[in-house]
Design a protein around this ligand. Structure first.
Ligand code: GLN
Ligand code: ZN
Length: 751
């Protein structure tokens, strides 16, 4: 039997994205949006049915996010949205409207998917709105498929909620479980037989209160007349398993790819009456399974095969749909990949082989191809590059040659920037016109020379603007980049870019992560041409802009046939080559962005230290070629950095720019408490809003920062890159930033 935890919903041609955007722009009405949604759901059910999947879900569809759906289902939207109903309320929470701010989003555990964070207080009330789940179940039923219904579980919902008044959201457990009981009864009435409750919170470091809540919740919910599956993923959940086997649920879904469960856990399930939903096919990465190995693994489990279902390790939401549209990929690389639909085939074949059922011709062909591809993967020269492996082994350039306290005075003298130097984080507005230029060039409709001239024109304009505004350290503007990871991915050996490998990041936003399939190296310079051109136009220093090795990995699909540390360090050497080239070309400041540094932190405490060590070492290796007089910047944003100050310090960047304004300057305390001694650009304004910060506002921000950092160590910059803003906003905001800085400077100098 095969079981799919969940299926992507944005559409293989991103149909839902485009429909949503049209709906928001009022170009289509609600009915049309619904039509698109219905078409997609049907198609997705068909794919799964055609692949022979036995347990298919409904309610894994969402217009925006499944946690947001759950807020609706439980009727616990914050008061301020109380004046709205239906989709108006839903999208107001998702995106804000004229009178409402959007709810905050954060990452779904350690994936790049963002969910909405429910806000609860002691007085929150809950009441059931089950229309969506019921409607989708009926839709599938009309289509001839009896689905299991997916819901976010109550323990995860409450654990992932934020308190608005210091009360603990988990204190609402009784009431919320009451609403879930009602939901199960209602679902039972319309003919639902199985409900999957997603409880990924159970893989976090065990917390006694959460475990108690788990026990209480499923003791009660399991009593209902429905088959309940509790789904965990992304890590092992041994403590939860121990509790769940004694509750009256039907089955437990475990991730058997990321974080192996303990032997005892597997035995506990085998000894109990529970079904094991065995997540053996990687649901969040894109490599083919080694089918023989998976079968062998399943056969060695203590589980009674009658009580085992073969499944992906998590919802397929985290991978692209299908390889069908990948026409440009090297066929051999393509043979190593499995997107969602190809994974459905793997599930079926693994299940049949596990049960020693015979394969039909088509499955036999797929199975043979899988064996051939896996064999080739072990030895292909496309993947394995002896020279890179040897270089990494022999590499001794792992850190800079001089300590930061000695480097920094040299740099200040050489670079000659004033007190409180002003700069930006790298990107400038990506206008419609610019997107058109890049698109035409990519499609072969614009010559290389024309393209180059066009980008140079934009760089020259950006340099002029920065000089006029009066910034001290300039940037080239990143006009040649569609994305800070994909751009470099395209130019690295060992990395492939798909044409249509879109994955939902949040709402209508999708990303197309590069695929690191082989040993990584940098055949030729990637950024030098643009940066040196920018530098040739000005006497002020221009910062070279690179994406760091940790971020490159965290925003890519990373190969699963090599130790992560090796992959990250190969990437580090590729970045190091670029650092060396920029330096050789006369660039004196190089920023190596690590926006996603925090994202790769493992979910389990015991794994964090080794991740941190690998990440810090990789960053240091990437910047090690920098001479003491070359200033290395890094940049981080949109994560909580409070608990990784020692790691940030250990990265040993001369200057770090960080997002601080958006989160209300909470981060400043972390730097103060840590007594951070290198230079810091603590962002003085949020770049997400179209609102132009006034000079007074920025003045106040600078003063706040001066109560934490000595003026000698402080840089003045926005929170993050400016690519989503218009030039008009950018110019006004930066002007105010420079004016405010000048005011503060003159005061300090007088004192
Ligand atoms: N240098 C990049 C930019 O300015 C950094 C982006 C990021 O931090 N996400 O766009
Ligand atoms: Zn940023």
């Amino acid at each position: 039997m095969t079981y799919v935890i969940g299926y992507p919903r944005i559409g293989e041609q991103r149909e839902l994205k485009f429909a949503l955007e049209s709906f928001w722009q009022k170009r289509i009405d609600e009915e049309e949006l619904e039509r698109v949604a219905r078409r997609l759901k049907k198609r997705h059910w068909d794919y799964q049915r055609q692949a022979g999947i036995d347990y298919i879900s409904s309610n894994d569809f969402s217009y925006y996010d499944q946690m947001l759906d759950t807020i609706q289902m439980l009727g616990c939207w914050p008061k301020e949205y109380g004046d709205l109903v239906g989709l108006d309320r839903y999208f107001a929470m998702a995106r804000g409207d004229r009178n409402h701010r959007a709810l905050g989003m954060t990452k779904w555990l350690n994936t790049n998917y963002h969910y909405f964070v429910p806000k609860l207080g002691a007085h929150s009330q809950f009441s059931l709105n089950l229309e969506k789940a019921i409607a989708e179940f009926k839709e599938a039923l009309d289509h001839g498929i009896k689905t299991k219904v997916n819901l976010i579980g109550p323990v995860t919902f409450l654990s992932f909620s934020r308190s608005i008044d210091g009360s603990d959201p988990l204190d609402h457990l009784d009431q919320v479980v009451g609403v879930y009981e009602e939901a199960l009864d209602r679902l039972g009435e319309v003919g639902v037989q199985m409900v999957q409750l997603d409880e990924p919170a159970l893989v976090l470091d065990p917390d006694p209160k959460r475990l108690l809540a788990l026990q209480k919740a499923y003791q009660r919910l399991g009593e209902r007349d429905l088959d309940l599956v509790v789904a965990t993923y992304f890590e092992r959940a041994d403590e939860a398993v121990e509790i769940l086997v004694d509750t009256p649920i039907w089955g437990i879904a475990l991730d058997l790819v990321h974080g192996q469960p303990s032997k005892e856990s597997l035995q506990r399930i085998a000894r109990s009456d529970k079904y094991l939903i065995a997540g053996v096919v990687d649901g969040r990465n894109i490599w083919i399974s080694d089918i023989d190995k998976k079968v062998e693994y399943l056969q060695n489990l203590p589980q009674d095969p009658k009580k085992l279902l073969v499944s992906p390790s998590c919802s397929l939401l985290h991978v692209p749909y299908t390889l069908r549209y990948e026409e440009a990929l090297d066929p051999q690389i393509k043979s190593w990949l499995a997107f969602a639909n190809e994974k459905l085939d793997e599930l079926r074949i693994i299940d049949k082989l596990y049960r020693s059922h015979s394969l039909n011709d088509e499955d036999m062909r797929l199975y043979e191809a899988n064996r051939v591809a896996n064999e080739a993967r072990k030895s292909s020269t496309k993947i394995h590059d002896q020279a890179i492996q040897e270089r990494l082994k022999a590499n001794s350039l792992t850190e800079r040659s001089m300590k930061a306290e000695q480097r920094l005075p040299l740099q200040r003298e050489l670079l000659g920037y004033p007190l409180l130097p002003t700069t930006t984080i790298g990107s400038f507005p990506q206008t419609q016109e610019l997107r058109k230029v890049r698109k035409a060039y990519r499609a072969g409709k614009m010559s290389q020379e024309r393209y180059k001239a066009k980008i140079q024109e934009l760089i020259a304009q950006a340099i002029q603007i920065q000089e006029d505004v009066g910034l001290d350290v300039l940037v080239h503007g990143e006009f040649e980049r569609n994305d800070m990871v994909e751009y470099f991915g395209q130019m690295l050996k060992g990395v492939a870019i798909s044409q249509n490998g879109w994955v939902q990041s949040y709402g209508s936003r999708c990303v197309k992560p590069p695929m690191i399939y082989g040993d990584v190296s940098r055949p030729r310079a990637m950024s030098v041409e643009w940066i040196t051109y920018a530098q040739s136009l000005t006497s002020r220093p221009v910062k070279g802009m690179l994406t760091g090795p940790v971020t490159m990995l965290n925003w890519s699909f990373v190969r699963d046939d090599l130790d992560k540390e090796q992959i990250m360090k190969q990437m580090a050497l590729a970045v190091a080559d670029e650092v060396a080239d920029l330096q050789r070309a006369g660039i004196q400041i190089i920023q190596v962005d690590e926006a996603a540094f925090k994202e790769g932190y493992p979910l389990k405490k015991e794994k964090r230290q080794s991740y941190e060590k690998m990440a810090v070492e990789s960053f240091k290796m990437a910047v090690a070629p920098a001479k003491p007089t070359t200033q290395i910047h890094t940049h981080m944003c949109y994560s909580d950095f409070n608990d990784i100050m020692p790691a940030i310090d250990a990265m040993d960047a001369d200057v770090i720019s960080i997002e601080t304004a958006r989160n209300g300057n909470r981060l400043l305390e972390a730097f103060r408490d840590y007594h951070y001694q290198k230079e810091v650009g603590a962002g003085v304004y949020d770049i997400h809003s179209a609102r132009v910060p006034s000079k007074e506002e920025i003045l106040k921000q600078i003063e706040d920062r001066l109560s934490v950092f000595s003026a000698r160590l402080l840089w003045i910059n926005p929170d993050c890159g400016l690519k989503t803003r218009s030039w008009e906003e950018v110019i006004l905001a930066l002007r105010n930033m420079v004016e405010a800085t000048k005011d503060v400077r003159s005061r300090i100098i007088k004192v």
